[in-house]
Design a protein around this ligand. Sequence first.
Ligand SMILES: Nc1nc2c(ncn2[C@@H]2O[C@H](COP(=O)(O)OP(=O)(O)OP(=O)(O)O)[C@@H](O)[C@H]2O)c(=O)[nH]1
Ligand SMILES: [Mg+2]
Length: 242
Amino acid sequence: MSAIPQNPLPPLKDWIHQISFLTSAARAADLPSLGAGEVAIAGRSNAGKSSALNLICNRRRLAFSSKTPGRTQLINLFTLQHQDTEIGRLVDLPGYGYAAVDRTTKARWQRELANFLESRISLVGLIVVMDIRHPFGPLDLQLLQWFDRRQQPIHVLLTKADKLTRNEQARALAAAKRSIAEHANSWGERTSVSLFSATTRIGRDEVLEKIAQWWQVPASQETMEKPKKKPGEGIAGRERLN
Ligand SMILES: Nc1nc2c(ncn2[C@@H]2O[C@H](COP(=O)(O)OP(=O)(O)OP(=O)(O)O)[C@@H](O)[C@H]2O)c(=O)[nH]1
Ligand SMILES: [Mg+2]
């Protein structure tokens, strides 16, 4: 009996908009545990995480973005399915460093975040969203340390790049690369960085390439025609629902 040919996956950038909300939880322990590879999106409060997620997915209000810092206080899970298979998940994490919450709440959020980043089994990669004007603050570095135990890839988005001139953007990108190189013996080794703006849409293709790599799916027509997997890239053991 001949095998039934399976439909190939379309390039991710053409269908990631089909992603849908799965669930929210205040505590990592309350999230569904089994699932496809998860890419978490973390960053300081108000850095632009939800806006980045919306642009990545080409959706206006998948995640709520807001002028009020601290808006995202829950862990929000989004799922992308192709036919009956779950391909990947995106996780919008609560922002850290929001000044206007009391210390107990802040400590609780930080504990949840640390717990999630250190022990969430299905994570395959981390996107850290940083305001291009204030990247690599102490809390960002702390987050990168928490995640470092996993030895997994990280991509930094220097967002709100539209607030700077081209020259300033280039300087900020070079400075970010230097900050990463300073940690070449730990998380820096696995970290890439790019400019991003939810307003001008720059950087979308680059971050989609990363997500596609981490989910092990084709990113664009070009990557389908020219597979360019480097040795050691891609995450083994992606979990599937079925
Ligand atoms: N100019 C500009 N503004 C942006 C960009 N991304 C986000 N913003 C604005 O920054 C503010 C915060 O954006 P959010 O996407 O809600 O940020 P967040 O990190 O999800 O915030 P919390 O969930 O509160 O931690 C909003 O007013 C956005 O419109 C960008 O690329 N350029
Ligand atoms: Mg948010």
